[in-house]
Design a protein around this ligand. Structure first.
Ligand code: SAM
Ligand code: SF4
Length: 364
């Protein structure tokens, strides 16, 4: 039988959860990151920096953002402590490092090595993954793989050099392509490519990107643009939907739905008859949200827990961490933050409020 503790958030967050019935912890303070809608978070996204060397128009303003001062970012010791608590006390089994641009974090390989050495509640190694823009990856892929990195997602929205320059405000397409090659050569498996499609910007890149990835043996996943960037960059009525993306692809390729079970993975996978064994994924984050199966928790570079990309509240752990809290106290605050997760992102609700943090500051 599950026993419950009643905890009170202090002070109550705006729109947050003033009092919650949180399942009690085990003898060593172990819990799962359960929410009150029955979902359990097993997948943690850790943002290692809010800084970036690109300025993708849908993510950041041209001048960048006001970066976190170093003392407000979690140190190596702090971030690895929270990762250990997440795995050993909270049942996290997979960790994806992101940013900003995680390759800019000096201790990235050391953080990956630390994480890979942890064992999950099923006594298996923690799975590690990285989401990166790929700049500088040509020099780092081998080292990261050797440190224990299991999977990598590289973001690439066009393979046209001019459009890449316009879209990211930097002339770096060649570097990304070199990074993708290096990741494949280093034996990272699978290498996935993330592409966001925006109206009037890169719809004509859908087919060339697909061809490039199919030829390379990298799995391309198209992602619907979400309202998480500069405020004037997204309109629900104008967005390119998963259905639009599929229609473009179907003009060139014969696609059939892949048979593998999807589980909590957000991408609907398609088999491509012209490239046997290869798949293309489409992530309909807006038009067919997968909130009901969401198994994610997020830790920002300044030490806040977010239970959803779109949450308007978050639970800061940094001050608790710096004021001498025990592992069990930190785990309890984290579990409480997840317990209050809302059932869905609410993008289509009339009262939807875009979060204050952009994707780069949350960690996509
Ligand atoms: N800098 C790294 C990169 O670009 O891969 C990691 C951080 S970035 C915020 C993570 C992912 O979020 C990227 O694949 C990016 O394309 C995606 N992203 C950023 N803003 C987005 C938005 N408004 N809607 C959908 N995806 C977005
Ligand atoms: Fe940087 Fe990634 Fe945002 Fe582009 S999407 S500006 S690479 S954080």
């Amino acid at each position: 039988m599950t026993t419950h503790l009643t905890l009170r958030t202090s002070p109550p967050h705006q729109g947050g959860t003033p009092a919650v019935d949180l399942p009690a912890a085990g003898p060593q303070g172990q819990r799962t990151l359960l929410d009150r809608h029955g979902r359990v978070a097993r997948d943690l996204r850790v943002s290692l920096t809010d800084r970036c060397n690109l300025r993708c128009t849908y993510c950041m303003p041209a001048e960048g953002l006001e970066w976190l001062p170093t003392e407000q970012s979690l140190s190596y010791t702090e971030v690895t402590r929270l990762i250990r608590i997440a795995v050993e006390l909270l049942g996290i089994r997979q960790i994806r490092f992101t940013g900003g641009e995680p390759l800019l974090r000096r201790e990235l390989a050391e953080i990956i090595a630390f994480t890979s050495a942890l064992r999950t509640d099923e006594d298996k190694p923690v799975q590690t993954a990285l989401t990166t823009n790929g700049l500088g990856l040509d020099k780092k892929a081998g080292k990261l793989h050797a440190a224990g990195l299991n999977r990598i997602n590289i973001s690439l929205d066009t393979i046209d050099a001019e459009r890449y320059k316009t879209l990211t405000r930097r002339d770096r397409l060649k570097d990304v392509l070199a990074g993708i090659e290096a990741a494949i050569d280093a034996g990272l498996e699978p290498v996935k490519i993330n592409a966001v499609v925006m109206p009037g910007v890169n719809e004509e890149d859908i087919v060339p990107l697909a061809r490039y990835c199919l030829e390379q043996g990298a799995q391309l996943r198209f992602i619907e643009q979400m309202p998480l960037g500069p405020r004037d960059q997204w309109k629900r009525s104008e967005m390119v939907t998963a259905a639009d993306i599929l229609a473009h692809l179907q003009q060139e390729f014969s696609l059939t739905p892949a048979v593998e079970p999807r589980g909590s993975a957000p991408a609907a996978l398609w088999e491509v008859a012209e490239y046997p064994g290869e798949h293309i994924g489409v992530i309909a984050s807006v038009t067919h949200s997968f909130c009901g199966d969401c198994d994610r928790s997020r830790l920002t570079a300044d030490g806040a827990i977010r239970n959803c990309l779109f949450a308007n509240t978050e639970t800061p752990l940094r001050e608790l961490l710096r004021s001498g809290a025990t592992d069990t106290e930190l785990a309890t605050a984290w579990a409480q933050a997840m317990w209050g997760k809302l059932p869905g992102h609410g993008i289509d609700d009339p009262g939807f409020l875009q979060p204050r943090r952009t994707m780069s500051a949350i960690g996509g």
